[in-house]
Design a protein around this ligand. Structure first.
Ligand code: UFG
Length: 360
């Protein structure tokens, strides 16, 4: 990988799960990082700093320039953006709870769509046209064929959160068609799981997340009595749903590879799947988790969850060919690293604050 003469990367949603892991990889690859977050999903320590970003600095031994900034506050965004020359932007900031997005759709549309529009306008005004966008395999809707290639049709999505990702991709299509300066990569994530191997950063388990791995680990910790497996009658190897789980550290290195690709070549707009290409069932994930952690995860098979699909996994060849990137970490490593994070931080970033052990 090369940073070329790109020095400074602007990261929105830098205190989040994927944002914080990505910043570690950026710093370790030699970039400077200017990060923003509105902290709605973050733990702030007594000194006013984000717990996640302090831990990023601890892992890397480097400083992150950090601003409390909401993308909906365009004036503030302009002010923060114009403080230094930005070579490229990585846009993670979004709200992402699928169920909640169906209950408060306007809030999701305002936050995710207007946030993206403000960011693009501020970038354009500042003459910065390089962007990596955090998209999702949700844009494919129900797969018509597997593994899913990037030219699979998009749209026909069953939830509001997913539609915001889809609409932003459509917007990126339109602006790159109209204005040739833009140079954008949209990365379609499959199912990010795991945590940094240091155990210092991870997905905050205190949130009401309904995703599988955080739930498994809550059961393993004894915080929840059992896992409900949604559907045992899918047309899959063991009847449970199949997904392409990708270690968050692999996902983060995919962003570094995308930056290099944007630096090397003017792409206008390219989309890439970030997955492993391997389909893993719910039961396989539960069993692997039990095997590598030694913890027990009791479960019951329940009815299917509304809107769920049977199987989804990526064709990863395009990212391999054009970005020179391939996921390396195994399902065992995903489980082991998630467990290290969860068991040493049972209350997420609040663990250290609660114990009066706030890092200075
Ligand atoms: N599952 C269970 N029990 C649980 C939670 C999940 O059995 O308590 C199953 C689901 O039915 C599914 C699999 O585990 O088969 C994975 O479910 P997740 O909720 O972890 O992930 P999804 O694939 O449903 O959703 C993820 C992201 C979304 C994104 C979507 C794109 O969380 O943000 O992928 O397909 F939109």
């Amino acid at each position: 990988m090369t940073t070329g003469d790109w020095k400074t990367i602007f990261v929105t949603g830098g205190a989040g799960y994927i944002g914080s892991h990505c910043i570690v990889e950026l710093l370790e690859s030699g970039y400077n990082v200017v990060a923003i977050d509105n902290f709605t999903n973050s733990v702030i320590e007594e000194d006013g700093k984000s717990a996640a970003l302090k831990r990023v600095e601890k892992i890397t031994g480097k400083k992150v320039t950090f601003h409390n900034c909401d993308l909906l506050d365009k004036e503030r965004l302009e002010e923060v953006f114009s403080k230094q020359k930005i070579d490229c932007v990585i846009h993670f900031a979004a709200i992402k709870a699928v169920g909640e997005s169906m209950q408060i759709p306007l809030h999701y549309y305002r936050n995710n769509m207007i946030g993206a529009i403000n960011l693009l306008e501020v970038m354009k005004a500042a003459g910065c046209f390089q962007l990596v966008f955090s998209s999702s395999c949700v844009v494919y809707g129900e797969p018509k064929s597997l593994p899913i290639t990037e030219d699979h049709p998009t749209g026909n999505i069953t939830n509001v959160y997913g539609r915001t990702k889809y609409f932003i991709e459509e917007m990126l299509n339109d602006i790159t068609a109209a204005e040739k300066n833009w140079n954008i990569i949209s990365l379609r994530y499959f199912n990010p799981v795991g945590a940094h191997p240091s155990g210092l950063i991870g997905e905050d388990p205190t949130k009401k997340y309904t995703n599988l791995m955080p739930y498994i680990s809550q059961v393993a910790m004894g915080f929840k009595p059992e896992l409900s497996i949604f559907g045992g009658d899918y047309p899959t190897k063991d009847g449970t749903g199949i997904r392409d789980y990708i270690h968050v550290v692999d996902l983060a290195t995919g962003h570094v590879a995308a930056l290099s690709a944007l630096y090397r070549k003017h792409l206008r707009l390219r989309v890439y799947n970030l997955g492993t290409g391997k389909g893993v069932s719910v039961l396989e994930l539960v069993r692997t988790f039990e095997k590598v952690t030694g913890a027990s995860v009791p479960y019951v098979i329940k009815n299917r969850r509304e809107g769920d699909i049977s199987a989804m996994y990526a064709d990863t060849r395009l990212a391999e060919e054009e970005l020179g990137w391939k996921a390396k970490l195994t399902v065992e490593q995903m489980c082991r690293d998630f467990w290290r994070w969860q068991s040493t931080n049972p209350h997420g970033y609040r663990s250290s604050v609660k114990n009066g052990n706030s890092e200075k």
